[in-house]
Design a protein around this ligand. Sequence first.
Ligand SMILES: Cc1ncc(COP(=O)(O)O)c(C=O)c1O
Length: 449
Amino acid sequence: MPDSNVLPTMTGRPNDLEAFWMPFTANRAFKAAPRMFESAEGMYYRTTDGRQVLDAVAGLWCVNAGHGRRQIVEAIQAEAGKLDYASVFQMGHPLAFEAATKVAAMAPDGFDHVFFANSGSEAVDTALKIALAYHRVKGDAARTRLIGRERGYHGVGFGGISVGGMSNNRKHFATAMLPGVDHLRHTHDLEHNAYSKGQPAWGAHLADDLERLVALHDPSTIAAVIVEPVAGSTGVLVPPQGYLQKLRQICDKYGILLIFDEVITGFGRLGASFASEYFGVKPDMFTAAKGITNGSVPMGAVVTKGFLYDAFMSAAPEGAIELFHGYTYSAHPLAAAACVATLDLYRSDDLFARAASITGYFEEAVHSLRGHKHVIDIRNLGLIGGIELEPRAGKPGTRAFDVFLKCFEKGVNIRTTGDVVALSPPLIIEKSHIDQIVGTIAEALAEVA
Ligand SMILES: Cc1ncc(COP(=O)(O)O)c(C=O)c1O
C-alpha cells in the first residue's frame, strides 16, 4: 500500500484507507489526499493536522445547534449508561414516547403521530409505505402510484431513488425501480428566476404539471405526491411563490396524499420549526431526520396527521398489529435521548427565531457574490444558500468541486452538488462567520479556472 494511503492512528498502527468504501465520495482522489476531521465545537471543525475549519454546512445539513453541545452529549452519555438498547416492537421505553411527544409538539397543529426510523432514507421509504398502506386500509387499493419530481432527492432506498429525480442516483439501478412512479417537472428555470432573493415570483403554474399526470394516470390510481419543500441536494431549488399551495390544492381535489420531505428543511433551517409552518402549507405527513438529533445519533421520523394514524387503528382487528413495518433501531434509546435534548435546546435557545433574525444578512451576503467569476445564479431561503457556477465544458461538477477544495484549504467547509455551492450553516452562525464564508468563496472563485 502506498504511504499516502496510510494515516497514523491513536494506537500508532496505520489505518487502511482502502478498508472504508466511502459513500458519495471520489474514493481514489480522497484517499490520495485525505481531509480528516478530529473534533468539532460550535461553528468549527478541527482537522487531524490541527487546522480550524468553519462549518458552513452544519456537517451535512444536520448540526443545526452547532457542534458539541453539552446538553446533547450529556443526555446521550446518561442514557448509554442506563438503557443501552430496548426494542420498541411490542414494548417500549419512556424516552421513545417523550421524543415522539416533543417532535409532534414542535410540528404545526394536526401532526400528532411520529413513526421513528434511523435516517432520512428510511423515513422516506416509511412515508411511501404508509401512503400505500393507508389507501389499502381505506379500501382504495387501486391507489398505488407514487409521484415524485425531477431533480428531487429523497435518499437512497429503492423507494427514495424511485421517486427521486437525480439521474446519477438512478441510472445503475434502473431496472430495480418501483413500478408505477411518475415525476413532476422541476422548478429550476434560470431564464425566469435567476438571482431571485427568497422565493422566485415566477413558476407557481409548474404545479399544474400534477394535473397533467392526473389526466394521464387517472386520480384513482395515484396514492401520493412527495416533494422537498426546498430541494437541497439537487442544488438548492426554492419553490416559486404559490407553488406549494397549488400542489396542496390539486392533491385535495383528487384525494391524493401530499408528503413533504423535510429532512433538510426541518428544525429551523428556514427560521421556523418546519417548512410547512414557514410556507403555511400542510402536507398529510412529512419526513424528518438530521436536525432531529442535531446530527449526533442517527434518527429519522415520519410525522403524520391524525386521520392517517386513525385509519390504521380503526381498520385492524382488536389486538392486531396495524402496520407491518419498523426497524430494530426505531426510537433507539440513545437517539431518543439525543432527540429530546436537541429539541429542548432548540426551544431554550430560541434557535429558530435566531435563525430567522440573521437570514436577511445571510441573503445580502450570499447575493454579494453576483458578478464574481463563474457565477450564473444565486438562490437563498432561510439559512440555505445556493451559488450556481457555469460548468466546465464536458466536465460538469469539477469547477464547483475545485471551489470546495480551495475553501477547505482556506479553512471553510462548504458543500457542492453538481456545479452548485450549497450553504446551510448551523443556526448559531454570527455575522462574522457569514463574512468569512462569503469572503472565502469569493477568493476561491477568483482562483479556480
Ligand atoms: C430531502 C432529503 N431526503 C432524504 C435524505 C436522505 O437522508 P439520509 O442520508 O439520512 O438517508 C436527504 C439527505 O440529504 C435529503 O436531503
